[in-house]
Design a protein around this ligand. Structure first.
Ligand SMILES: CCCCCCC/C=C/C(=O)SCCNC(=O)CCNC(=O)[C@H](O)C(C)(C)COP(=O)(O)OP(=O)(O)OC[C@H]1O[C@@H](n2cnc3c(N)ncnc32)[C@H](O)[C@@H]1OP(=O)(O)O
Length: 291
């Protein structure tokens, strides 16, 4: 699916325009950008993101370092998007590993404090930044691997699902999943679609209806993560796995992209139809209540 979006962003200007309406590159560009120096190995740091780029392998590691739990605030999301934009522009960077510098937590998901009691303008900007992060990761030309070295609820799980491959620490105290329902929030349709593309319809239905958080073993069983390793080995396994992915010529990825792009279009049409049906149904209920 990620590859489908990647192809669509490359080849379909119309759709790119449509998607970019969801995005907000403007606000990201306006902020300070962590510098990536063109040398054999470089490291760049913003307040909340550290990027180590090894030019000889073409692999960058993005360390999320926003204490205490890497919650996705507007500021943090903006830093992530800027770092990603810079890596994307550097054609020598072919692979990206995302991981956490915080103990026990990959990301706690959207920053609840950034959603509560804020102005409508702030909420709009925040929400655009969430969408931009999703678009940038899902549409990335790089191979992306999530090194999930801690718990990853809600938006944290979404972030990991936008990557091509997920490796999680095999620690039963950690959990991952879209638990929005348990918080009284309906997961947006594109959260749902991302999960459907990862684990299929039935598993997603169960996960969302019940707001399930999975242990690493359960997550592996339903395909929410691809591999479990000992906590100490999450990052090294991720970089080793990256080598295998980068050995595949890019052109083959593009060919799979075409199949997945078709699926993605079908999904989008279904979603639009379902929205129209919901509006019609809501209007009917409203009218019937008038009588
Ligand atoms: C504008 C429209 C919005 C629509 C939204 C639709 C989709 C929503 C998606 C979301 O992502 S909503 C966020 C859902 N996130 C969660 O449910 C996670 C809640 N957190 C946890 O489960 C745990 O904190 C943890 C991540 C498993 C870590 O546990 P740990 O025991 O290590 O730490 P804690 O003591 O619980 O927390 C430390 C510290 O961090 C604060 N915090 C935790 N999560 C968040 C968060 N999501 N946003 C902001 N702050 C968070 C927590 O309150 C503690 O703060 P202090 O008490 O130390 O000040």
């Amino acid at each position: 699916m990620k590859m489908a979006l990647r192809a669509c962003l490359r080849t379909k200007p119309g759709l790119t325009a449509l998607l970019s309406q969801l995005s907000c590159s403007g606000h990201a560009a306006a902020r300070r950008a962590p510098a990536l120096v063109a040398q054999r190995s470089s490291s760049s740091t913003s307040q909340k993101i550290k990027v180590d780029f090894d030019q000889s392998s073409g692999v960058a590691v993005m360390h999320m370092q926003s204490p205490p739990v890497n919650s996705l605030s507007l500021e943090f999301l903006t830093d992530v998007c800027i770092a990603l934009e810079k890596l994307e522009m550097d054609k020598s960077c072919r692979g990206l590993v995302v991981t956490s510098s915080q103990p026990k937590v990959f990301s706690a998901g959207l920053d609840i404090l950034d959603m509560y009691g804020k102005s409508p303008e702030h909420c709009a900007e925040f929400w655009k930044a969430v969408q931009e992060m999703w678009l940038k990761f899902y549409g990335s030309n790089m191979i992306t691997i999530a090194a999930v070295n801690g718990s990853s609820p809600a938006g944290g799980c979404l972030l990991s699902m936008t990557c091509d491959y997920r490796i999680m620490a095999d620690n039963p105290r950690y959990s991952i999943g879209l638990n929005e329902t348990k918080l009284g929030i309906v997961a947006p349709f594109w959260f749902k679609d991302t999960m459907v593309n990862t684990v299929g319809h039935r598993a997603t239905e169960m996960a969302l209806q019940l707001g399930l958080l999975y242990s690493p073993a359960e997550a592996l069983k339903i395909g929410l993560v691809d591999q479990l390793v000992h906590e100490d080995q999450v990052l090294t396994t991720a970089t080793e796995t990256m080598t295998k992915w980068l050995a595949i010529p890019g052109i083959l990825n593009i060919s799979y992209t075409c199949h997945f792009f078709h699926l993605w279009c079908c999904n989008l049409v279904c979603t639009i139809c379902s929205c129209v049906c919901q509006v019609i149904a809501a209007k009917k209920i409203h009218l019937s209540q008038d009588f």
